[in-house]
Design a protein around this ligand. Structure first.
Ligand code: NOJ
Ligand code: CA
Length: 683
């Protein structure tokens, strides 16, 4: 129903004469703009794939196929049964997103293959070629003699022809919460998570990932022993070594490469979403993006405890204080962690009860109060890795939420170890299926979901738009209890993790040192960068993460108050991986700009004609004179300027700094404002 226009054109199928000869041919598809060419080719019936961009090889002949525990490998030789080509073009409206309309345009194709020799099994390959990249997936159709499939190995490889710089995190099956390492592709030794972003020596920016990960396990990538530029699909295994346990028909996730000539073009691609089916939820009127605050950071800095006791955070009184603040400040939601039994038993068997509030959390009083103030409560289901125990309580837990008018929940699977007690991993198939069960249950009860310690994002939110956001990254919390995230971290995320989907990074910390609680830790940014991150990091549930007392009487908080919850349009103006990025997003007749840098200060130059087409007022929150994340992070300049499309913004961004601007329609009296081109001199 969100399909605005679905055009199938030029769909034609040609049935190839079925013969028993091994396939010895090529099947090529080009992108609509003809720049990308994807070829399936077969050498004596053994299929492989390759990609050319502007006529130059990007991926050389790369493997396809499977190994099974209960059957011979499915690698050929195959004969070609039939081949089909088509074109898929549609424009659809996401329920929420970085824009209000998404256009998808690709050539599509499928080949049906049959083993030349016994047992003559069938395998189909489906391909899509977009202007922004390629995708392919396997299908093992229902057929005689093929029932249960225990995949020991998916043999897909990505045989890249040029070296490049790569930003990676280790493919730890239990964690995505790592710092990125930059290395040469040829020097990468570990198995790594996707999206894996590479700047190739042929000046292409590519990101290898997967889309529509359902009933399968996550793909990590492992450098091949034989060739440093070949990456092999390395599926996260079950505890018994199987990679995927399933039945025919099997439809694998899409294997994808987003391909761009500029780093910022990666950010504009919606290929991952476009490879997922439309919403399965018919009435989506209850799904609304929001900003939220919560009883959260206080626990991470030791001001509060999750457990009931002297410094318990989630008390009735404290939650009401947060509700008051939200109601007064254009914040729609309040999260309360530590509301339920039994945080004292964290790590022990059957610890968390999702229908049992602590005594000092009067859920009925809180419900009434929140309702009277028009604020949404966000529940919290920390499982402490006991996902099976959560499932035992699942329906009751969501009934309980409904009963108390709670229509959003944050789930959690904290602890970098296997799921208890089943010994499966966070990225394995069991958890892929678990999250799906939770999201579908939540949809039945009209609950929005924000997953922490999730399985990676692969665009499922198109089909399940109540799956709002997820962590799955080294988020703000690490600044509270580790050596912290380096200033470059958030300049890497937009080009890596964020290509997969929304991130609950939880920006907006104003007290960057929190010396009163943890003098040895701090957040390594300027204050202006915390505001800019609210725009740069995309999440339809965006948290302003600090204690509310740190927002009170802070002029800088006006930017967060003004920030919309949803966007009509986003433009990615400039950026280089791990260095800097500038993004503008539009909502109604206002634009919001977020620009951030790594540890290096820099001068930002933005021709305003890149996004505005009439005179506007610019409310600027920029790094003040001498600002520096390390020595002077709070120096902030706030000013109102007149901005015309003919102007160019020149601003200084401090080391570890940022810039946040709200552009709004010009009003009377604006004539007295200084022109925005003077911004730099005011700093
Ligand atoms: C880790 C999550 O990332 C964090 O947000 C949460 O507060 C703790 N687990 C406790 O559930
Ligand atoms: Ca976490």
């Amino acid at each position: 129903m969100y399909l605005k226009k679905l055009i199938w054109t030029a769909l034609f199928a040609c049935l190839i004469m079925t013969s028993c000869r091994p396939w010895r041919d090529q099947f090529s598809l080009i992108s609509p703009d003809t720049r990308i060419n994807f070829t399936l080719q077969a050498d004596d019936g053994i299929p492989s794939w390759s990609v050319r961009v502007d006529g130059k090889l990007l991926v050389n002949e790369s493997r396809l196929g499977f190994e099974f525990r209960n059957a011979p490998p499915l690698t050929g030789p195959f004969q070609l049964v039939s081949a089909e080509r088509g074109k898929l073009e549609e424009t659809w409206e996401p329920v929420w997103g970085q824009e209000d309309q998404i256009h998808s345009n690709s050539y599509s194709g499928s080949v049906q293959l049959k083993e030349v020799e016994r047992p003559h099994r069938l395998m189909n390959l489906h391909v899509r070629v977009f202007n922004e990249g390629i995708a392919f997936r396997y299908e093992i159709p229902e057929q005689n003699g093929v029932d249960s499939l225990f995949i020991r190995n998916e043999l897909t490889s990505f045989n890249l022809v040029t070296d490049g710089d790569v930003w990676w995190i280790p493919g730890d099956p239990n964690s995505f919460e790592q710092n990125y390492t930059k290395s040469r592709l040829s020097e990468m030794r570990d198995s790594v998570h996707t999206p894996l972003t590479i700047k190739t020596d042929s000046d292409l920016y590519i990101s290898i990932h997967e889309a529509n990960l359902i009933d399968y396990s996550s793909m990590t990538l492992r450098p091949a022993r034989s060739d440093a530029l070949t990456l092999e699909c390395n599926l996260v295994p079950w505890s018994d070594g199987d990679k995927v346990k399933t039945k025919a028909p099997l439809l694998s996730p899409w294997r994808t490469i987003t391909i761009a000539r500029k780093a910022t073009d990666l950010l504009a691609s919606r290929m991952i979403l476009n490879l997922n089916p439309p919403s399965k939820i018919e009435d989506t009127s209850w799904i609304r993006p929001m900003k939220y605050i919560g009883i959260w950071w206080g626990m991470h800095i030791n001001k509060y405890s999750w457990t009931q006791g002297e410094i318990h955070g989630a008390t009735t009184e404290n939650v009401k204080r947060y509700i008051d603040f939200a109601a007064r400040n254009n914040i729609q939601g309040v999260l309360a962690e530590g509301w339920n039994h039994d945080w004292e038993r964290y790590g022990q068997k059957n610890a968390f009860k999702f229908t049992e509030p602590y005594d000092d959390f009067d859920i009925e009083a809180i419900r009434q109060y929140a309702q009277s103030k028009g604020v949404a409560l966000i529940g919290h289901h920390e499982t402490g890795r006991e996902a099976p125990y959560y499932e035992e309580q699942l329906e009751d837990a969501y009934k309980f939420l409904n009963h108390h008018d709670i229509h959003a929940v944050k789930t959690g699977y904290a602890g970098g170890e296997n799921i208890y007690p089943i010994n499966e991993t966070h990225q394995g198939q069991w958890m892929v299926e678990h999250h799906q069960r939770v999201v579908e249950m939540a949809a039945r009860y009209k609950v929005l979901v924000n997953i922490h310690e999730p399985v990676k994002s692969t665009g499922l939110e198109r089909s399940w738009p109540n799956l709002m956001t997820r962590e799955g990254t080294r988020g703000m919390e690490w600044n509270a209890w580790s050596e912290g995230n380096p200033p470059s971290h958030t300049t890497i995320l937009p080009f890596t993790r964020q290509l997969a989907g929304p991130i609950d990074y939880t920006p907006g910390i104003f007290d960057l040192h929190f010396d009163q609680y943890k003098p040895e830790n701090r957040v390594k940014t300027t204050l202006a960068k915390q505001l800019a991150l609210m725009v740069v990091i995309y999440s339809p549930m965006q948290m302003a993460a600090d204690l509310i007392e740190n927002y009170m009487d802070q002029p800088a908080f006006q930017f967060i108050r003004d920030l919309p919850n949803d966007w009509d349009e986003s433009r990615y103006l400039s950026g280089e991986i791990a260095e800097h990025v500038t993004i503008v997003r539009k909502s109604g007749d206002e634009w919001f700009l977020g620009a951030i840098t790594n540890e290096r200060g820099r001068k930002l130059r933005v021709p305003l004609a890149d996004f505005i087409d009439s005179d506007m007022i610019a409310e600027c929150y920029s790094d003040g004179a001498e600002a520096d994340w390390e020595s002077n992070p709070y120096a902030l300049h706030i000013g109102q300027y007149l901005a015309s499309p003919s102007d160019t913004l020149n601003a200084l961004i401090a080391p570890g700094g940022g810039l946040a601007i709200r552009f709004l329609p010009k009003s009377d009296g604006a004539a007295s404002y200084t022109n925005i081109s003077k911004l730099m001199m005011n700093q």
